[in-house]
Design a protein around this ligand. Sequence first.
Ligand code: NDP
Length: 475
Amino acid sequence: MDVLRIYVGGTWIAPSGDATMPITDPATEERIGTVALASPADVDHAVNAATEAFRSFGTWSKAERLALLRRIRALTAERIKDLAQAMSREMGAPITMAREMQAEAGVGHADGFIEALEAQEESWTLSNGDTLLREPIGPAGLITPWNWPINQIALKVLPALATGCPAILKPSEYTPLSAAIYAEILHEAGVPPGAFALINGTGPVVGDALARHPGLAMVSFTGSTRAGISVSKSAADSVKRVTLELGGKSPNLVFADCGPDLETRVRASVAECFLNSGQSCDAPTRLVVERACYDDVVEIARMAAEETRIGDPRAEGDHIGPLFDRLQWDRVQERIAQGIAEGARLVAGGPGRPEGINRGWYARPTIFADVRNDMTIAREEIFGPVLSILAACDEEDAIAIANDTLYGLAAYIQTGDPERARRVAARLRAGAVHVNGGGLGCGTPFGGYKASGNGREGGTMGLEDYQEVKSLHFG
Ligand code: NDP
């Protein structure tokens, strides 16, 4: 399962240096392959190829770009199983979820972008007689993380190609297997040489070289707020456009008016928080609960956590798998210890591996109650199966706690009162508000307020991130 080549100029080549990194299976801790790491010289090579490709690819008609997206969509659908297997091995996503959610995102986003591109006007006239044109911004550097590998890659590569921008992708070097399959799909779909490159490498070396490169018109980054700030600073000298999809500490407001649905809503909330072993930027990790139902909610959440199944990513089912690497397991353990030290009440889970499991980077589904919003576990992204429960006196207090965060990616509301849902949603400072389990469809813009980033991925707004607007004035 080695990935020893990078894809540049339409062919697979060896990177210029000899650095490598092991690919490990987080369920067994075993090495399953090696990934070769690229250097800034490889980035220069890819940027030169992209610059050359842009001369013609940047002029492709909408019909040609749509035809390309449709081929990519069809080939992605054919390779769902391969993509799912790859992600399951490299980052531990349980195979059912890897197939139905992680890999399917590649198809769903393709549908979303095809529909958006079909509908987009690329030229129109204003009432003052001036004409506006949408044009591709130019070659783009794309940096993606390990938690939803194909979802994040599709959300960046597809709009770049849809708008005529050559794309240079640096996926997380922890998840090179799925990225390599995606590159094969793009090759087979007929992406012209240079219009797509896949460069494996580390963030501080290859990611930073992309962010700094004067030959790129933009960089799109998904990952931690820390790395996003670093990317923005590195990009500043070349005045390139920067779009960021960063962390979150999303509140989930639970009101006593859920009535008989309370148990269903709380169980679904816990499941959503633990999905992908808690490694999702928009996970609802702060359960902000109205006092009137607080004790009931803590008890339901405890049962839900204790009933959460944990298991081998290779087995079909709705269990959760391990964290993606020892690195993340250590980070999550540190946060659990911090929660205990800060005085939060541990009601389920806790430190260490789940009972009966003695290898693999599995964490225990953990619930803390009586969390105060100034505790580290309420402020910092944990990125593991850890839920913090906070009490709120009333609606006003719940909104204040929800908004008292650096982040603003998503928010969730559980209520039996549609009026309240609208009223509260309007006051939450977040890019998406999910009411009573409502999910985000492909094609809907996704992105955050505040330290959760800028720009929107998906659909029409996702295309616009990769476009310039030119005004034409006729005398
Ligand atoms: P990072 O943000 O460090 O990594 C995400 C991607 O950015 C990787 O490809 C990484 O490469 C790259 N990168 C890192 N530093 C730089 C840099 N200076 N310039 C350019 N690219 C860079 O996340 P981690 O994997 O370290 O995870 C840390 C925490 O970040 C998690 O615990 C979680 O809280 C959060 N996170 C949030 C994500 C989200 O979807 N919003 C996704 C992943 C993590 P490399 O792997 O070599 O560092």
